[in-house]
Design a binder for this molecule. Sequence first.
Ligand code: RTP
Length: 155
Amino acid sequence: LVASLEKVDQTYIMVKPDGVQRGLVGEIISRFEKKGFKLTGLKLFQCSKELAEEHYKDLKQKPFFPKLIDYITSGPVVCMAWEGVGVVPSARKLIGATDPLQAEPGTIRGDLAVQTGRNIVHGSDSPENGKREVALWFKEGELCDWTPIQAPWLR
Ligand code: RTP
């Protein structure tokens, strides 16, 4: 299969505290599972202010940064690592535009959210950041490398 010759990337997907509070965890995981990507890490986690600030360090100068940190630390998040060919841009497409009102119907934010400041899910924006963020949110022993039975068809 051609796909088996292509590079497998990883991405960090996170259900934000509003997604957990609204009971959307299963629905969000399901979108990535059904697409055919491979789940390699999953945990419910209350993150510290320090970790949230490190994760969003590129946005430190933005006026909304303090509010963003309060939001992300306001309750537990669901941390996920997903793997696959083209997983980073594909996950961003499944998630939809940052402003949920601009996100297409059929995307997670387009279907399930309204406000930019409450947009229920995060996805890494490049393969480099995918690696960085998975390493930031997970300890090595928390990740699982496994071979799906249907590997020749989906990966
Ligand atoms: P994410 O990292 O969460 O997937 O979001 P993104 O790339 O689509 O958007 P980015 O510009 O990196 O912003 C990160 C998160 O900050 C919050 N935000 N609030 N004007 C605002 O109040 C504002 N702008 C951005 C959102 O939660 C956004 O997802």
